[in-house]
Design a protein around this ligand. Sequence first.
Ligand code: 13P
Ligand code: SF4
Length: 315
Amino acid sequence: MINNLSLIQSICDLKRKKNAIILSHYYQNNSIQEIADYVGDSLALARLASQTNADVIILCGVHFMAETAKILSPKKRVFIPDINARCSLADSCPLSEFKEFIKQYPYHLIVSYINTSVEIKVLTDIVVTSGNACKIIESFPKNVKLIFAPDRNLGNYINSITGRDMIIWNGACHVHEQFSLEKILNLKQKYPNALVLAHPECKSAILKIADYIASTAGLLNYVSQSKRNKFIVATESGILHKMKMINPDKFFIPAPPNDSTCACNECSFMRLNTLEKLHNCLKYEEPEIIIDRETIKKAAEPINKMLKLSDKLGL
Ligand code: 13P
Ligand code: SF4
């Protein structure tokens, strides 16, 4: 067992030796965020993976994020510290059931949230993230019929903002479904000047009382710009680390889950990644993300479509 300081030193040495880059999502624990070369939301991580000159990418996040990095950088080796760091939302859309579902709507375009497996992406016309979904969907002609998968909360939110009636797959994230409306309302009473910030994966009852709704990067950006100094944050609590770091004089309250006996506002999958596993992953070069060439080619199309359209729309 080596201590954190030697672990950090060893990670930095290995990174240099192997020309590796460490990309972290905002939901990773603090020590991983601090050692990462970049910390970002799903959109930023996809962009960074497609642009890096590194030979090796260590994706500290969940499985679909590492898959996306591999799809966008097929010549690079991509690793994830813990192969069991999956995503309950992506897993709520199994391939065989989704294939049956889309058969009912042969004339609909398939829009998938980036939180999906590579197999679902292969069936997809365009991928979106929480950072660009509304604007991308607004850019489609109104007569184009759409299926949206897998998040029912995000799908309903997009419908409400864009006035569309997308057919929505019935999936959800186990963290964002857990926030307690009652406890958030109690906090609002206790701190009347606090603003409620929510990720669009939250249930509609939470989104209705939110003062601002956005992706993780969008929420971070909002608190940094805001003149207000108290925020109740309804998304995975890892984001509070960056919020506090950038805004040390502001006050952040993690929105509480229904069950107060668990740390349900932490993503149990994201938190499987640790500094030690990150170190081992760099040292032993496993677990690696392996996807066959044909699948990569097909899955890259809807992701690249998103990246191009996002650039064009200035997102
Ligand atoms: P962002 O794209 O906003 O980072 O969200 C990813 C995610 O998994 C939210 O639960
Ligand atoms: Fe997936 Fe939810 Fe974890 Fe985000 S918070 S990675 S949607 S399980």
